[in-house]
Design a protein around this ligand. Structure first.
Ligand SMILES: C[S@@+](CC[C@H](N)C(=O)[O-])C[C@H]1O[C@@H](n2cnc3c(N)ncnc32)[C@H](O)[C@@H]1O
Length: 291
């Protein structure tokens, strides 16, 4: 494609960004164009276009995808097939949740909490989606073997691709199944469990922004009537899998801190139960240590 044709496309593409979203939309447009050309977002900002630009997709396809961003509110990450999370560029499809910044913080909480002697052995990522937590954990603790589970076979495929991308095939094992079901061979042997389960109450799913409610997988969002269905199940079963003093880290919704602390303490299986806040000051993470 010629530089002139790209300029013309750029004008069309920026004109269809809704006015209230112009600033963020322009940022997204740079990422979008950069994903399908050899141009960096900086090249695009400076309009530093070489005479000929190689497009990785036909122009008509590019045009259609960019229209879907605004007409159907498809998230940018699904249109370009990549989500930047932590220091990773993860392959994503609409079968997996787009990994969120709060979940980067979850990994930071894990890093700041677990003493060196427990940074080894078997660790679990329950509800792995794109594989973000599992890959993050394996890169954080060099001596762990991570077992990543998801009940969605499509998510399993995406996680596998990301695990291969980061050459972690020998340190992250992936399973299809519900929570602990594929892991019975690990009972009593696990050093730590990390999970970002679905935790949005069913009635709130329809109030989420269109990008989320219409395009992200319901299985990744809907946590049942009170949002705690998955959390309850994980908290109740984790003690069967954890070694004494093993760790449980779960991401939750800002309003769930008290309820999650209460249901965790009620099991009497944990000696330490804390709710930690995220950077915005909201209750966000359960940290519990098995007796
Ligand atoms: C909120 S998403 C988290 C994805 C990823 N860990 C992340 O943080 O980006 C929850 C994940 O749990 C999975 N999931 C839902 N119910 C499950 C179940 N019963 N067993 C295993 N995984 C489940 C969904 O398919 C989804 O991938």
């Amino acid at each position: 494609m010629s530089s002139e044709a790209l300029q013309a496309w750029w004008h069309w593409a920026q004109a269809i960004i809704p006015a209230p979203e112009r600033e963020s939309g322009l940022r997204e447009l740079k990422q979008f164009l950069s994903a399908f050309t050899q141009l960096s977002p900086l090249d695009i900002t400076l309009r530093r276009f070489p005479p000929q630009i190689h497009l990785k997709l036909p122009l008509a396809e590019l045009q259609e995808r960019w229209q879907r961003r605004w007409q159907e509110r498809v998230p940018l990450q699904y249109l370009i097939g990549v989500a930047h999370w932590h220091d990773l560029a993860l392959f994503v499809t609409p079968s997996v949740l787009i990994p969120r910044p709060e979940t980067e913080e979850l990994l930071e909480v894990v890093a700041a909490t677990v003493p060196p002697w427990q940074q080894q052995g078997h660790w679990l990522d329950l509800g792995t989606g794109s594989g973000a937590i599992a890959i993050g954990l394996a890169r954080l603790f060099a001596a762990v073997l991570v077992h990543a589970v998801d009940c969605s076979p499509e998510a399993f495929e995406v996680a596998q691709m990301n695990i291969q991308k980061y050459a972690l095939g020998d340190r992250v094992r992936c399973y299809v199944g519900s929570w602990f079901d594929p892991l019975t061979h690990l009972q009593g042997q696990v050093q730590g469990i990390v999970s970002n389960p679905p935790y949005i109450p069913t009635s709130l799913v329809a109030t989420l922004q269109p990008e989320v409610q219409y395009h992200e997988p319901p299985l990744a969002l809907d946590g049942g009537a009170d949002g705690l269905q998955a959390i309850r199940q994980i908290v109740a079963t984790a003690p069967d899998y954890l070694q004494p003093q093993g760790w449980l880290f779960i991401e939750l919704m800002a309003t769930q801190g008290e309820a999650v602390a209460a249901l965790t303490m009620a099991t009497q299986a944990y000696e330490r139960v804390e709710i930690r806040r995220d950077l915005s000051g909201h209750d966000r993470f359960l940290v519990a240590q098995r007796v």
